[in-house]
Structure formats: structure tokens, C-alpha cells
Design a protein around this ligand. Structure first.
Ligand code: HEM
Length: 286
């Protein structure tokens, strides 16, 4: 036997108090009342016997939760911009970039699915597809990627439909950014300010010129910082789309999607789009 004595386990003493075991013993715990962990951890109902499906389902649920937080942050930011409260808007946007990084890290468990692994439960998904995610659609609407037709799959779900319809009718985060720039004296054209907010935002050369002007100004100016926070958001959303594309390409090649699209070819088209396009193109003119 070694002469070295094993580290002694600390006896429980009165000086190091353990948590109070009586909290919650007469009902649900305050933790449960706040987190609803019991609900959350019993919402997993795999549709196949494949042991790999659980990771697919939970990753999808985790992503839905991140979409929910990000929508909350961008909505907060849009409302703050509307009342010219740039500090609150910046805080929300910066929080959202950390959340988007966590969202993107959630691809890890699915990034290397082989076709055989995916096929083991793919059939059980039927026509189910992330394309039918209402919360993801709200993210896209907030970014200016509006489309009334995207409400169609949600017609049978009154709450989702109402929330999406409201998001469609509201100015996007980008609309609020451009309105703020106009109030600060920048030459955002009237047609852009008065545009039909339920329509997809189309890039405008005059908006690009405004951003080039902002970026040519003081380097630590608050509008440059706003532009950079929005660029971080744009880059991270673009990364999510591309990580999704690559995971899909690995898992199913060029097969059709469960949601009825051409699959990878359709996702490639979606992923090639830039979020807040003028923030990228303006860089060539600074
Ligand atoms: C490796 C696993 C995955 C594969 C193979 C896959 C495949 C696809 C395909 C082919 C589409 C195109 C629509 C269709 O025809 O179905 C799609 C759309 C979509 N998927 Fe996935 N997906 C995967 C994982 C996920 C996860 C975990 C999420 C998280 C919620 C997700 C969210 C979405 C969203 C939001 C769209 C619509 C994108 C848009 O509107 O631009 N996918 N997916």
C-alpha cells in the first residue's frame, strides 16, 4: 500500500451549510416553478426506435429555444431603436450575438450525421421539416426577409399564425435601423422609409451610400458600433444557414427534403443571401 494518505473527504460541518432540503418538499420546488424543467425534459417523443434520433430531436428543440431568445432580443432592439434608445438596442444586439454563437455551436451533435445514420429515423419524420418552424420564420421576418406566403403552413395553428402575422405587419429590425438613420439626418430615401413593411426588403444603392458615409466617419462613433453589431448578427445568421447546409449535404446529399423542396439546392440558394446586404456592399466604398 502506498504511504501517501488519500485526500480526506470533508465532513459536513455546520460551517459549510448544505442547501435546505425542505425547500419545495411540500409542493413543487421554486426551481421547477421558474424553469419548468419537468415539462421541458418530458417533451421528447422520438418517432423511431433509433437511439440516434434523441440527439436530433433535442438539438432541434434546443435550437427552437435559442430562436425564441434571439427573437426576443431583436424585438427589444427594434423597439429601443424606435424610441432612439441606442444603448438598450446595442445591449440587446450584443446579447443576441452571444446567443447566436451558442445556437451555432448546437450544430455539433448533428454536423457529422452519415446518410445511414440519418436514414435510420428520417422516414419517421414524414413531411416534418425545420422549414415549418414558426420561430425561425419570425427571425427571418425581423431581418427583413418578409413573405406573406410563409404564413400558409401555420394556418392550422392559431397562436403561431397570429404571432407570425403580427411580425409580418411590424417594421423589421432593419426598417427601424434605417428610420433611426433618417432621424439622425442621413439620406435614407423616402420610398425606403415608407416601403410596404410586409414585403421582403430589397437592397438600395442609396442606403449603401449612407452606410459608406457612416463608416467613413469617426471610427468609434455610435453608428459605426451599431453597424458592427448588426454585421455580427448578419455574419452569425449566415453561418447558421451555412452550417445547416453542410450538415444537410453530409446527411442526405442531393435527395429531396422532407418538407418537399429540392433539398440542398434550395438551401444553397437561401444560404447565399447576405443579411443586411448594404452593410456588406458599403465596405467596398469606404
Ligand atoms: C442534419 C439534419 C438536417 C437536415 C438533413 C435538414 C434538412 C433540411 C432541408 C432539406 C430543408 C429544406 C426544406 C425541406 O424540403 O425540408 C431544411 C430546412 C430548414 N431546416 Fe433543416 N435539416 C436538418 C436539421 C435541422 C435542425 C436541427 C434545425 C433546427 C431547427 C433545422 C431547421 C431548418 C429550418 C429553419 C429550415 C428552413 C430554412 C429556410 O427557410 O431558409 N434543420 N432542412
Amino acid at each position: 500500500m502506498s504511504q501517501q494518505s488519500a485526500p480526506q473527504r470533508q465532513p459536513e460541518t455546520d460551517e459549510v451549510r448544505r442547501p435546505d432540503l425542505s425547500i419545495g418538499s411540500t409542493g413543487t420546488t421554486p426551481y421547477e416553478d421558474y424553469v419548468h424543467a419537468d415539462v421541458l425534459t418530458h417533451l421528447q417523443h422520438p418517432l423511431s426506435d433509433d437511439p440516434g434520433e434523441m440527439a436530433f430531436l433535442v438539438t432541434t428543440q434546443v435550437m427552437e429555444l435559442w430562436f425564441t431568445v434571439v427573437v426576443h432580443e431583436w424585438h427589444t432592439a427594434a423597439q429601443a431603436l424606435r424610441r432612439d434608445d441606442l444603448p438598450v438596442a446595442m445591449e440587446a444586439l450584443e446579447r443576441s450575438t452571444h446567443q447566436l454563437e451558442a445556437l451555432n455551436a448546437a450544430w455539433k451533435p448533428l454536423a457529422r450525421l452519415t446518410p445511414a445514420q440519418f436514414n435510420a429515423f428520417r422516414g419517421a419524420l414524414g413531411e416534418g421539416s425545420g422549414f415549418q418552424s414558426a420561430m425561425y420564420r419570425r427571425m427571418e421576418f425581423l431581418l427583413g426577409e418578409k413573405s406573406a406566403s410563409m404564413l400558409v403552413p401555420h394556418r392550422g395553428a392559431p397562436r403561431e399564425y397570429a404571432e407570425l402575422e403580427k411580425a409580418l405587419q411590424e417594421p423589421s429590425l432593419w426598417d427601424e435601423v434605417l428610420r433611426l438613420l433618417a432621424r439622425r439626418g442621413y439620406g435614407i430615401p423616402r420610398e425606403v422609409l415608407d416601403r410596404e413593411v410586409t414585403a421582403r426588403y430589397e437592397p438600395d444603392a442609396r442606403v449603401e451610400a449612407v452606410w459608406a458615409e457612416v463608416y467613413a466617419g469617426p471610427r468609434d462613433g455610435e453608428l459605426v458600433r451599431l453597424g458592427e453589431a448588426l454585421t455580427d448578427v448578419a455574419e452569425l445568421v449566415w453561418r447558421w444557414r451555412n452550417d445547416h447546409l453542410v450538415a444537410t449535404r453530409r446527411a442526405m446529399g442531393a435527395k429531396m427534403g422532407t418538407g418537399g423542396s429540392a433539398g440542398v439546392a434550395w438551401l444553397e440558394k437561401r444560404a447565399s443571401k447576405n443579411v443586411f446586404p448594404e452593410l456588406w456592399t458599403a465596405r467596398s466604398h469606404v
